[in-house]
Ligand binder design. Structure first.
Ligand SMILES: *Cc1c(COP(=O)(O)O)cnc(C)c1O
Length: 347
């Protein structure tokens, strides 16, 4: 694979912004008067544009070498940069499989890319391989985005590598929720498929949404070009330090909380099944449940009146709401208010 031929033509000879310090190797004991920084204060220095330290921690956890890792200001930035890197605005196409994460469409439109959609098959939300094959053949999309576990349906997509039997564009697999089911990751496919880009985040299972750290795991050539086109200081110093600290010092706590969330998800699903007004609870590998009920809208409004906010997804999947898994206390409160709803509103 010649990566150069696959990226946006005008970016092939792109000269990245050279940050003031990027050429200096050993930074110890030097006086820095090159970046118009203020010599006083705690956060006065620009952050490391290539995030070496944070990447070392991630490389260790993910068991992959650093040159396969790109870090963005949240995975939303990673997705945006991938679209810019491969696609010509007004010309190229992005293929998605709805119902899925809304940002894919927003970002495609922002980058003036044609959005093509092949819906997941109803109810089980698996990929429609025949339709994907036909659509790819007809439209030749530059990028295909799959989300696994998928938001908002919660299921993992099976047999993702089959796509490469008839697709030779870029496959972005968004694994935002994969740490809730790590054994189902596409990570093992990276070696075999250089056109696979796996996108993950510290926002969900790692509980750091406020820090805005997203990652791409990809062929080193892709990482190289993503680094060349990103804003030079896209990940800030405070976030890098905090993320490094949690990844290296708080791993046990993360593990413990992850298990609580998975256990709570199963318990909440069981308890919700007892309500006769609830029609279906979809199986989930993530930290949320997709729930179907003909009374979903009234239920959602009643919960909101009682201080609990859930997400209406009926615009994507009729009569469905998406409920994030909270603490045991929050989930009990949800059940309690739902009992009240059933008793007082559904007579
Ligand atoms: C939450 C979520 C993300 C996370 O985005 P960040 O910008 O990293 O916070 C990405 N993809 C999907 C499908 C999500 O649900």
């Amino acid at each position: 694979m010649n990566i150069l031929e696959e990226i946006r033509p005008d970016l092939r000879t792109w000269k990245p912004y050279a940050s003031a310090r990027s050429l200096i190797q050993n930074k110890n004991d030097l006086i820095f008067l090159d970046a118009n920084e203020n010599p006083f204060g705690q956060w006065n220095r620009y952050p490391d544009p290539l995030q070496h330290k944070l990447k070392t921690a991630l490389a260790h956890i993910k068991n992959i070498s650093r040159e396969h890792i790109f870090i963005g200001n949240g995975s939303d930035e990673v997705l945006d940069l991938c679209m810019r890197l491969f696609c010509v605005p007004g010309k190229d196409k992005v293929l998605i499989c709805p119902p899925t994460y809304g940002m894919y469409e927003v970002l495609a439109r922002l980058n003036m890319l044609d959005l093509i959609q092949v819906p997941l098959l109803p109810e089980a939300f698996t990929m429609d391989i025949d339709s994907l094959r036909n659509t790819i053949h007809q439209h030749q999309p530059k990028i295909l985005i799959l989300c696994s576990p998928n938001n908002p349906t919660g299921n993992v997509l099976a047999n993702i590598s089959d796509i490469f039997e008839f697709y030779n564009g870029w496959l972005l697999v968004d694994e935002a929720y994969i740490d809730f089911c790590p054994e189902k990751s596409c990570f093992p496919l990276l070696q075999k498929f250089p056109r696979l880009i796996i996108i993950q985040t510290l926002s969900k299972a790692w509980a750091m949404a406020g820090l805005r750290i997203g990652m791409a795991f990809a062929h080193p050539g892709v990482v190289h070009f993503l680094n060349a086109i990103k804003p030079p200081y896209n990940v800030n110093e405070l976030s890098m330090q905090k993320a490094y600290y949690y990844l290296t010092e708080k791993k046990d706590e993360f593990e413990k909380n992850r298990k609580i969330i998975v256990q709570q998800r199963e318990e909440l699903a069981l308890r919700l099944k007892d309500f006769s007004f609830i029609e279906k609870i979809y199986p989930s590998d993530a930290n949320f449940l997709l729930v179907k009920s003909p009374h979903s809208e009234r239920w959602k409004n009643f919960l909101q009146k009682n201080g609990i906010i859930i997400r209406d997804r009926s615009s994507q999947i009729s009569n469905c709401v998406r409920i994030s898994i909270g603490t045991p206390e929050e989930n009990s409160k949800l059940i309690e208010i739902t009992h009240l709803f059933e008793k007082t509103e559904l007579l």
